[in-house]
Write a protein that binds this ligand. Structure first.
Ligand SMILES: [Fe+2]
Length: 339
């Protein structure tokens, strides 16, 4: 195993010599006789632990510590103070500043050795744990997204003419959320909900879903059920409750005449209002069993016409901006433009 690097800082050369004799066998040791010299060293090499004399002429230990904490990569390096001062107040101050420990002078070799070893072991353990948690989190995120895409495949296997619809709606919804100032995590949630908004269609009979020509009132009623069915399917994923919200509320209308609950305005969860705009835009510019694809300019006019009645006008406004700056077209091309 690679030796840990310890930087020892003390203006007293005799002390540095004692430190060297105790530590040089087990550690890569760097010695500095002032705070200024220590900071220069730290700029070039990040030590695993810093042993820092509290009382030094010029820059003292506390000032050196405050400065080294500003150096990138040194925010959490363990610092152990060397102090001749036995006053408790001083020691409390050191610990409050984030020091890992303090060692009283005169230095007792056995204590110095054991204390530093213990601190380095704890620090290593903490780093390992942190890395392990980050790795697990990454794996979990990946698994979540892979599972979502498996469900998208189920949706698309059911109705091949809407191929790419889920991915495009998710892409538009993500662009909207980003432009609306959502943080990274929330943007991701909107994206995932967009991917699964139509999962309820898997519960609708093919005869109705793929019917060419006009639907009867009863058949249309059944199609509408895909929102509640989707909400029900996704309610099982409790840790991502926004998925069910997106599926359930993406056909609510701003004026309260939508389904399944007839919610109006801000009562409709925002994730539903976002997906609604993205969904309708994609449906308009795509070919369906019952209609040809509409051109983008006409679709834009349709969205504007629906602002305030079908859609949240603020969200339509942002969508139009995204159309005008080319974002929507970019997503459309990247995720397979509708037929
Ligand atoms: Fe839908």
């Amino acid at each position: 195993m690679k030796k840990h690097t310890i930087l020892a800082v003390d203006d007293d050369r005799t002390n540095l010599q004692i430190i060297r004799s105790v530590l040089e066998k087990d550690y890569a040791l760097q010695l500095a006789i002032s705070g200024e010299m220590a900071l220069k060293f730290i700029e070039r090499n990040r030590p695993d632990l810093i042993l820092l004399d509290l009382m030094m002429p010029g820059m003292d230990g506390r000032e050196t510590m405050a400065k080294l904490r500003q150096i990138p990569g040194c925010e959490t390096v363990p610092v152990v103070f060397l102090t001749a001062n036995q006053e408790t107040a001083e020691e409390i101050q050191c610990l409050n500043m984030g020091a890992s420990d303090f060692i009283n002078k005169p230095i007792i070799p056995g204590i110095l050795e054991l204390r530093l070893r213990r601190i380095l072991e704890l620090d290593d353990l903490q780093h390992h744990l942190q890395t392990a948690v980050e790795e697990k989190t990454r794996q979990y995120q990946e698994l979540a997204l892979e599972s979502i895409f498996a469900i998208v495949n189920i949706i698309e296997a059911k109705d091949e003419i809407t191929e790419g619809h889920s991915v495009r709606v998710a892409g538009y919804s993500r662009a909207l959320a980003t432009a609306m100032g959502y943080d990274e995590k929330s943007v991701d949630e909107v994206y995932r909900a967009g991917l699964l908004h139509d999962v309820g269609k898997t519960g609708i009979p093919d005869l109705i879903l793929k019917k060419e020509g006009k639907l009867t009132r009863e058949e249309y009623g059944e199609i509408k059920e895909h929102t509640s069915i989707g909400g029900h399917i996704l309610a099982a994923i409790e840790t991502m409750d926004y998925l069910a919200e997106g599926a359930k509320y993406h056909h609510e209308r701003y004026d309260g005449t939508g389904y399944p609950n007839g919610l109006a305005g801000e009562d409709i969860p925002e994730i539903g209002r976002i997906i609604a705009v993205a969904d309708v835009f994609d449906a308009l510019v795509s070919k369906r069993h019952y209609k040809e694809a509409m051109d983008v300019e006409t679709a834009k006019a349709e969205l504007l016409k629906g602002a305030g009645s079908q859609f949240d006008p603020a969200i339509v406004k942002i969508f139009i901006e995204l159309m005008e700056n080319g974002t929507i077209e970019e997503i459309r091309q990247a995720s397979g433009a509708g037929h």
